[in-house]
Design a protein around this ligand. Sequence first.
Ligand SMILES: [Zn+2]
Length: 374
Amino acid sequence: MGGVGEVRARMGSRMELHTLLALVLAAGLTATSSGQAPTARLRQAAVPTLGVHELALAPASVHWGYYDARLAPAVRVASGDRVRVETMVAGGLQRLRLAGVPESDIPESLKVVERSVTERGPGAHPLSGPIFVEGAEPGDTLEIRILAIDFLHPFGVNAFSPGGGVLPDDFPYAQLKVLRWAPGAARVEFTPGLTLPLAPFFGSIGVAPPPLVGRISSRPPGWHGGNLDNKDLVAGSILYLPVHVPGALLSIGDGHALQGDGEVTGTALETSLRGTFELRVRKGARLRWPRAETPTHYIAMGLHEDLNEAARLATREMVDFLVAEKKLSRDDAYMLCSLAADLHVTQAVDATKGVHAMLPKAVFSTPAGARRDP
Ligand SMILES: [Zn+2]
């Protein structure tokens, strides 16, 4: 990353003061650490165009419950830059407090955002951003590489409430459960003798809708991405979103410590996360729907109120991907989906439901003569 002057030069006039301070701080920290490690400084010098931006959790960088093209950017970055983004638990502090989490366990930055961001809704997600990516124009694709994810606090909450989830008639009341884990632990105890693997991901990663659409809720996912609640988008994954406005205006939130496909109570293990992302503009690569990949799989998505229709969309998206990117015939692509792709119910609780198709990348690289595992 460059020096402070270079960072300032890259920033637009609409930058918030806190972002400037965060960038100056980040530049200072980088300078200090590179001063102690000459090899690290040499490595940085070899990639002078790569910027790293900090988006700390603060009221001016949070919008709550919606995506909107009219929002002023919280930070501006160049294509290829990295951004470290802090996000606050969905629904704010209410569920944590109702579940009995002591005030002393809640980081101060979350309390400040809870107190200060009073314009909320219609959705429940505090979103960090928007991030303006220079050069992104409608019709382009934004490539979001999820490099690292860590926790802002070592606990999360699951809940159900009347009218929500897939079994609202069976559970017409509210319940909360806080799960705590040891810092650095791989698993969390659900009940004595029953543990679950921590697999953090961001439930919501979305771009601004076209200005014509106005403000949209953060609840249903859609062509802007948003509340995908896709548990496969862990660190090491890449999400591709269609760009609808100049700069893309990317926002991120809804940290999940873990979740099952379907998200049946309507909530995951809701928590606050810090993510490191690398953002890149793919010019002219127009997508209709979000796509993704993990280190091992390609992912195509279908989003619709009707799960049958969502399954149809996800399959069609995977067929289109295989024809366009892997040069298969449409007939072969359809049959390959039947033989090798798995359809997952991403979530069935966000009004617009999700199905995602996952196809192993290994089918393209494993020779037919490879021996069966014993
Ligand atoms: Zn969530």
